[in-house]
Design a protein around this ligand. Structure first.
Ligand code: SF4
Ligand code: SF4
Length: 135
């Protein structure tokens, strides 16, 4: 789940509220909060789909922009050299490389859009961004 929130909501304890109100399991993958300016949060989120839907509605009613991100990267196969560097930063194992062919494999269903793989690729084969927060 990715959310951005305006300056007026930067002091809202959304993580606490999501856990307390909706009993969700949250893992913060990326956070960018500037008090009174803007904020964005990217979670790996687990819980019943009804709870997640209710949580999204709650956040939207608060005034946050909320989205579920299935995958936000693309890999240019013409640039990729199958070096495997990106797999070392993908803790969720959306990127893997293994015998017998040692070709990079990407599972979009696992990708949470943290973007950690993008800067480590020496071939600049990975692109895609979590949308920038709206100020
Ligand atoms: S953005 Fe890259 S590092 Fe992050 S989960 Fe997706 S494939 Fe893995
Ligand atoms: S780091 Fe870049 S070149 Fe290396 S396997 Fe990953 S996508 Fe391919």
């Amino acid at each position: 789940m990715y959310m951005t929130f305006p300056s007026t909501l930067t002091n809202t304890p959304v993580t606490y509220e999501l856990i307390k109100r909706f009993d969700l399991k949250l893992n913060i993958l990326k956070a960018n909060i500037d008090f009174n300016l803007m904020g964005s949060l990217l979670y790996d989120i687990e819980g019943p789909s009804k709870s997640i839907a209710d949580a999204m509605e709650y956040l939207q009613n608060l005034g946050l922009n909320v989205d579920l991100i299935p995958s936000v990267i693309t890999i240019d196969e013409n640039r990729c050299t199958d070096c495997g560097l990106c797999t070392s930063v993908c803790g969720i194992k959306a990127l893997t490389i293994a015998a017998p062919d040692w070709k990079l494999s990407f599972d979009p269903a696992k990708c949470v859009g943290c973007n950690h793989c993008i800067p480590v690729c020496p071939s600049r084969a990975i692109s895609g961004l979590v949308p920038e927060p709206v100020l």
